[in-house]
Ligand binder design. Structure first.
Ligand code: FEO
Ligand code: CA
Ligand code: CA
Ligand code: CA
Length: 672
């Protein structure tokens, strides 16, 4: 038996490895060491200089030119105390989850539970693709809530839209751990894994006693899978020759979606699924040809799953254009379970982390999107036409016609959105872009040419509807070299990440300018070598590392989920979790730990009901990450021998990714 890195270790090293650029960045400032920018946060935790400063002072300090940029400072309420009122939990790691005192955390749905009526009971030793395509998939990531009846702000009944990002096959099936399952997995196991990817839409309702349950016979309940959900393609790349394959000569029809990480809910009630690490599923090797440069820039083929052995479309040497049909944002209409999902090519193709929506001043949809790999970029999309909330169907092409932008961060705390438009700024045939479809299929390479700012792995990008600000989680970048640090990526060998706050100019998300600042530099504030920056009010349990998914609540407060991967013992020594993070007033930059996952899990999917009395969180891959450092276990998990059997704790039952529903015992707003 060959010893090889664990599946999780391989995934993490892939995210950490930047892709070498074939196109030299056109602007020489990008890779220069830039130390000129003043930082309003400097000395924050280290010296506590700003612990008593008001939000207005911080905001004014960041405003130094255009008119309109001081509007926020003038209108922000003075806040001097914590905006949260709960007793935080302690850092730590054990076999189960923990939530702050005064709250209940119940399992809502687990991998294998019934979604579609007729689903058989989960039987881990007798799995089948036919059963899995009716059951809740693996590795729940994004969670979105659409109130029912549609158009209301109901917080008692709704549709929960959940992404199933990927599978940990060595924890799903017996006998695979310790082998290279890319070679040992069977065709049937591959089909089960394909069916466990995608998404679930479930109707959920609150019972009279306040507990939530899945409405088991709801006609809304739906599984979207990689195996058999037919999708169409919209926008400028629809039908393009580079989207055509031998199975689909039209370039308009693709089966399934894969590696759906985070996502978003649009103002017109559709569900956006972000396709992230799509490279992993393609097998083969790079060969000279028209797609070679495009595949290289997306790290394709990733050769981490064996699917190409059994399904020709995942063999890049047999079907070199199939990868062009993945790496998009998929729009789903959850209100019509028979509707066909659409891959919206106008939003660009890259490793989409998420797709959180907001609106411009004049009512156009604006979608913020991170590209999660070391030294990739931040994007936004602005629709050509305004949202029509009176006629839901009138919005069905808003994501086909619009402009995609990529961000450049300047050292002085300002930033600029640069449009990806064919024929402008080098995005033309001289660089291999014959039309807009070429630009969108190779959005990364187009962004290289525009001189976008390489970032420390952009994960979720969360607009705050209450303040108009936008928060970007940069999770880490272990390979950033000292000569490449800059103001927005200020640490070399960054193992901890940072959260960046963007303030659109003129309070308008469609504006081409923004101000930005670091909200926190993550990691241990007590370790000078880490060079973290937190408000000094942060307790020994309130700081965190590796921010990932985020959510804002009805009070405009920020909640952050962490994903340290296998490095958790070195970055915090604690399992991942949910942290409330102060963004305003004297406590700005203070974290508070609210929820903790079981050992080996990653925290995903924070999502509130409209009234913020219910908080949905997703526990992904329990028992998977870094269990060699789990005292008393100290080995890699397997199906037969996992570090935890959360949440069932039943002999023979493997650990199961699950959505957890959190409510306050006093039925109040989460976080007080
Ligand atoms: Fe799927 Fe970047 O997390
Ligand atoms: Ca993520
Ligand atoms: Ca989010
Ligand atoms: Ca992550």
């Amino acid at each position: 038996m060959t010893k090889h890195p664990s599946f999780e270790e391989e995934l993490e090293s892939a995210d950490d490895t930047p892709v070498a650029r074939q196109t030299a960045p056109s602007l020489d400032h990008i890779w220069q060491r830039r130390l000129a920018r003043r930082s309003v946060l400097k000395g924050f935790a280290q010296a506590g200089l700003l612990a008593g400063a008001s939000t207005s002072i911080l905001a004014l300090a960041a405003c130094d030119d255009d008119n309109g940029k001081q509007a926020d400072a003038a209108t922000e309420p003075a806040v001097d105390a914590s905006r949260f009122n709960f007793e935080e939990i302690a850092h730590g790691v054990d076999e189960t989850h923990h939530v702050a005192p005064g709250y209940d955390a119940a399992i809502l749905i687990r991998w294998g539970d019934a979604v579609v009526p007729g689903a058989p009971p989960f039987d881990p030793l007798n799995q089948s693709a036919a059963a899995q395509r009716l059951q809740f998939g693996y590795n729940n990531d994004y969670v979105g809530f659409i109130p029912l009846p549609y158009g209301t702000t109901s917080s008692d009944r709704g549709l929960l839209c959940v992404n199933h990002e990927y599978t940990n096959d060595d924890l799903m099936f017996p006998g695979l751990a310790g082998t290279d399952f890319r070679e040992t997995e069977t065709a049937e196991q591959v089909e089960i894994a394909m069916a466990a990817h995608g998404g679930s839409i479930i109707e959920i309702a609150r019972k009279a006693d306040g507990a939530w349950e899945v409405v088991k016979d709801s006609s809304y309940n739906r599984r979207i899978t990689l195996l058999d959900t037919e999708m169409t393609i919209g926008g400028p790349a629809a039908g393009h020759p580079r989207m055509q394959t031998s199975e689909d000569p039209t370039g308009l029809r693709v089966i399934g979606t894969v590696n759906n990480c985070a996502g978003g809910i649009t103002p017109w009630g559709t569900y956006l699924m972000a396709e992230e690490n799509v490279n992993m599923y393609f097998r083969g090797h790079l060969v000279p040809g028209p797609e070679q440069m495009s595949q290289f820039r997306m790290s394709i083929p990733g050769n981490r799953f064996p699917w190409g052995k059994f399904h020709k479309r995942f063999d890049v040497n047999a079907e070199p254009r199939e990868p062009n049909r993945f790496g998009w944002i998929v729009e789903v209409n959850p209100l019509d379970p028979s509707s066909m999902p659409v891959k919206r090519t106008a939003l660009g193709r890259f490793k989409h982390e998420g797709a959180e929506t907001t609106q411009s001043k004049d009512g156009h949809v604006v979608i913020y999107m991170g590209d999660d790999q070391a030294n990739e970029y931040l994007y936004k999309y602005v629709s050509r036409d305004p949202i029509n909330l009176k006629d839901r169907a009138a919005n069905q092409h808003l994501l086909d016609d619009g402009t995609l932008y990529v961000a450049r961060f300047a050292e002085d705390g300002t930033g600029q959105w640069m449009p990806l438009i064919h024929g402008e700024n080098g995005l033309d045939a001289s660089n291999g872009f014959n039309d807009m479809a070429d630009i969108l299929i190779e959005a990364r390479r187009a962004a290289d040419i525009l001189g976008a700012t390489p970032l420390d792995r952009p994960e979720d990008v969360q607009p705050d509807a209450a303040t108009g600000k936008v928060y970007m989680a940069l999770t880490n970048n272990k390979g950033r070299r000292p000569e490449n640090i800059d103001a927005v990526n200020p640490r070399a060998k960054n193992e901890w990440g940072q959260i960046v706050e963007l303030t659109p100019h003129d309070g308008d998300h469609a504006n081409s300018g923004f101000d930005w600042d670091l909200l926190v530099k993550c990691g241990n504030p007590a370790d000078a070598a880490v060079d973290a920056e937190w408000n000094k009010a942060t307790s020994e349990n309130g700081w965190f590392a590796c921010p990932d998914n985020m959510a804002t609540d009805s009070k405009g407060r920020l909640w952050v989920a962490t994903d340290q991967g296998s490095a958790w013992s070195a970055t915090t020594g604690s399992a991942d979790g949910i942290y409330a993070l102060e963004t305003e007033g004297a406590e700005r930059g203070t974290g508070h730990m609210f929820f903790r996952v079981p050992v080996g899990a990653e925290m995903c999917g924070p999502c509130f009901t409209p009234d913020s009395t219910t908080f949905f969180v997703a526990v992904q891959h329990p028992a998977a990450d870094g269990t060699k450092d789990f005292a008393g276990f100290e080995r890699e998990s397997s199906f037969e021998d996992p570090a935890t059997r959360w949440p069932d704790f039943t002999a023979g039952m493997p650990p199961r990714p699950s959505v957890v529903v959190i409510t306050a015992k006093d039925k109040g707003v989460i976080g007080g």
